[in-house]
Design a protein around this ligand. Structure first.
Ligand code: NAD
Length: 268
C-alpha cells in the first residue's frame, strides 16, 4: 500500500502486544512516527520498539502510563503533546474479564470503565481540539462486538464498550466540520472486533476448553460455533489494516461509524 502521508505522528495505546502492536506496525509501514504505550517491562518495550522500527517507523517513543488512573492519562497526553502535534490517536488499550453481574465487585466495574472508556474520553479531549485546528486528525477507537451486542457475564466490558461507541459518535459529530477534503478532515470511528487471536482471550478459551472436555483448539471451536458465523478468528494484522485505512485522507467522510469485524456475529 502506498504511504498516504508519510510523517504523520500516531499514538497507539496498549501497543506493546496484540491488536495495538499490529496497528502500530501497520502505521509504521506507512512511515508514521510512532508513540507506543502499554504496561510492560523493558524487554517488552524494546521488542515493540524494534518491531515498529523494522516495519518502517520514522521514529519511536514508548510510554508506560497506567490508564486506570485519570491523572496518568492526562500526564500521558501532556507528555505526548509536549513532544509535538498528534495526527492519529488509536485508543486500543483494554481489559477483559468474565464475571456474573451479581458478583462484579464495585472496584472491578470502576476499573473497566476507567481503562476501556474514561481513558479514551480523556485522550480525545486532549487531542481533538488540536487536530481540528490543523484540519487533519484521526481517532480510531478499538471497541468490540460487545459495543454492539451483549453477552452474559460481561457487564463491565459491555458497558464500557457501548459507552466507547457512544462517546465516539458524539466526538464525530462535534468535529465533523473540521478541516477540508484536501486537509483530510477530522474523523472519529470505532472498530468492533469479534474473536481475535490475542492473549486477551486466553482465559476464555481455556475455560471453554475445560467445559467441553477438550484441548485449546476445542475451546476455540466451541467459542466460534456459539457466536462467530465465519467460524474463523480474526488476526490482529487484519484489524490493523482497517485501522490504517481509516487514517487515509480518502476516508475523510467515514466518521461516527462502529465497524464490525466479527464474521457475521451481529447479523444473526
Ligand atoms: P491484549 O491484552 O493483548 O492488549 C491489551 C493492551 O492494553 C496491552 O498492551 C496492555 O498493556 C494495555 N493495558 C491494559 N490495561 C492497561 C492499563 N491499565 N494501562 C495501560 N495500558 C493497559 O489485548 P488485545 O486483544 O490486543 O486487545 C486490544 C483491544 O481490542 C482491547 O480494547 C480489547 O477490548 C479489544 N478487543 C479485543 C478482542 C479480541 O478478541 N482479542 C475482541 C474485541 C475487542
Amino acid at each position: 500500500m502506498t504511504p498516504p502521508q508519510p510523517g504523520r505522528r500516531a499514538l497507539v495505546t496498549g501497543s506493546l502486544q496484540g491488536i495495538g502492536l499490529a496497528i502500530a506496525t501497520a502505521l509504521a509501514a506507512e512511515q508514521c512516527h510512532l508513540v507506543l504505550h502499554g504496561l510492560g517491562d523493558a524487554e517488552q518495550q524494546e521488542n515493540a520498539r524494534q518491531t515498529v522500527l523494522a516495519a518502517g517507523a520514522l521514529s519511536v517513543t514508548v510510554h508506560g502510563h497506567d490508564l486506570s488512573d485519570a491523572t496518568q492519562v492526562q500526564a500521558l497526553m501532556a507528555a505526548v503533546l509536549a513532544d509535538g502535534p498528534l495526527d492519529i490517536l488509536v485508543n486500543n488499550a483494554g481489559i477483559q474479564q468474565t464475571v456474573p453481574l451479581a458478583e462484579v465487585p464495585l472496584e472491578l466495574w470502576q476499573r473497566f470503565l476507567a481503562v476501556n472508556l474514561s481513558a479514551a474520553f480523556l485522550t480525545m479531549q486532549a487531542a481533538l481540539p488540536r487536530m481540528a485546528a490543523r484540519g487533519y486528525g484521526r481517532v480510531v477507537n478499538i471497541a468490540s462486538v460487545h459495543g454492539l451486542v451483549a453477552s452474559p457475564h460481561k457487564a463491565p466490558y459491555v458497558a464500557s464498550k457501548f459507552g466507547l461507541v457512544g462517546v465516539s459518535k458524539v466526538a464525530a459529530l462535534e468535529y465533523a466540520r473540521a478541516g477540508s477534503r484536501e486537509q483530510g478532515g477530522v474523523t472519529v470511528n470505532c472498530i468492533c472486533p469479534g474473536w481475535t487471536e490475542t492473549t486477551l482471550l486466553e482465559p476464555q478459551i481455556l475455560d471453554r476448553a475445560a467445559q467441553v472436555g477438550g484441548d485449546r483448539e476445542a475451546g476455540v471451536r466451541s467459542l466460534l460455533a456459539e457466536k462467530q458465523p465465519s467460524q474463523r478468528m480474526s488476526l490482529p494484522a487484519e484489524i490493523a489494516q482497517l485501522a490504517a485505512w481509516l487514517c487515509h485522507p480518502v476516508a475523510h467522510n467515514i466518521t461516527g461509524a462502529a465497524i464490525p469485524v466479527e464474521g457475521g456475529w451481529t447479523s444473526q
